[in-house]
Design a protein around this ligand. Structure first.
Ligand code: SF4
Length: 365
């Protein structure tokens, strides 16, 4: 029942998503118990190491420079600032730090070298280190691996069909190629998506098919509920219903049985009871900390109270895979190649992105 399959069809996944809820929950929880300890939840802290001013047009994102939002941009943080925040995260129960930079893609140079030093310093704190920095080449992924990176996040966001209605500045294939580049190293893959962007249930199923086709499947999959931010093209989308989130988590658990399914953005819109249903349905990871990059997230003390109430325990670091070794910059086997990869720019017109961009121009004028 819980063998890993890479040949799911959209129809099969949609049928699962639409099952009567009690059956869906029972099936997902059964698989969850076979593959994972149902009382253990991995806790990650997401740090925005470089905020705002991004050149991309992701319709959900308040960090895109072309939209007018209340996000204040920040240059790349220092290694010491990141280390201090990582220590605080460790003290409050996180086993992983995920560093996010609002970049289209990684560029070789001093800023990337600084990120590599951040990876080294967090690894030395005996925490799992994850990065989400945009598209990466194989060489850049190797350099991250050598610095001691545990995971690289690059979300598929949605089904390939619906993706075209959200982003025009980077192609779906670029995302798959980035994941492929990470797979050529010993870094684990974290990839998931967002629901509540106006997509259909079939699109949600399509995203899970795309994730399931990856071989191996991602080691972790964040399921985000859109947090609609004023000024972005998706500002008017209604909050995701908790029932939809529960169905999505349960379906993800069935289709990606071995993956850690992460409850990500949108938890502030959910009650504890709703989150408990998600844990029952197979979610076994959360993001902790009062902010998720730029959007609100529950207070870490509230999360720890919820864990106590539900009898959940935070997962220890390196439970699933041994700690990667850290190679110092001076001993590196991989030189910066200064590549200029041709990541695509489909640049088709997305009406709502154009409207938000024009609005942004008017407000800024
Ligand atoms: S999601 Fe990432 S790539 Fe897209 S606009 Fe936001 S920061 Fe830029």
């Amino acid at each position: 029942m819980s063998e890993v399959r890479h040949n799911w069809t959209k129809e099969e996944v949609l049928d699962i998503y639409n099952r009567p809820l009690m059956e869906l929950l029972y099936d997902a929880a059964t698989i969850h118990r076979k593959q994972h300890d149902p009382n253990v939840v991995q806790v990650s802290t997401l740090l925005s190491i470089k905020t705002g001013g991004c050149s991309e047009d992701c319709g959900y994102c308040p960090q895109a420079a072309r939209y007018h939002t209340n996000v204040e941009g920040n240059d790349l943080m220092s290694v010491n600032q990141v280390k201090a925040q990582a220590l605080r995260a460790k003290e409050s129960g996180s086993s992983r730090v995920c560093m996010g930079a609002a970049w289209r893609n990684v560029k070789d140079g001093p800023e990337f070298d600084q990120v590599l030093d951040m990876v080294r310093s967090i690894n030395k704190l005996e925490m799992e280190v994850c990065c989400t920095l945009g598209m990466v080449t194989e060489n850049q992924a190797q350099r991250l691996a050598e610095a001691g990176l545990y995971a690289y996040n690059h979300n598929l966001d949605s089904s390939e069909e619906y993706y075209k209605k959200v982003i025009s500045t980077r192609g779906y294939q670029d995302r798959l190629d980035t994941i492929d580049n990470v797979r050529k190293t010993n870094v684990t893959v974290c990839s998931g998506g967002i629901i509540g962007m106006g997509e259909s249930a079939a699109d949600r199923a399509g995203m899970l098919v795309a994730l399931s086709t990856l071989n191996p499947q991602p080691e972790s999959t964040p399921i985000n509920a859109l947090v609609a931010v004023e000024g972005t093209p998706l500002e008017d989308e209604k909050p995701v219903k908790t029932w939809d989130m529960i169905r999505m988590v349960a379906t993800t658990r069935i289709v990606l049985p071995e993956t850690q399914v992460r409850l990500s953005a949108g938890r502030t819109q959910m009650s504890r009871e709703g989150q408990a249903m998600c844990f029952f349905a197979g979610a076994n990871s959360i993001f902790a900390g009062d902010k998720l990059l730029t959007t609100p997230n529950p207070d870490v003390n509230e999360d720890m109270k919820m864990f106590e109430l539900l009898g959940l325990n935070p997962q220890k670091p390196f439970t699933k895979k041994v700690q990667p070794q850290t190679v110092e910059a001076k001993d590196s086997k991989f030189e910066a190649l200064g590549e200029k990869p041709k990541w695509t720019r489909p640049e088709h017109t997305i009406e709502r992105n154009e409207v938000a961009k024009q609005k942004g121009k008017t407000v800024k004028a």
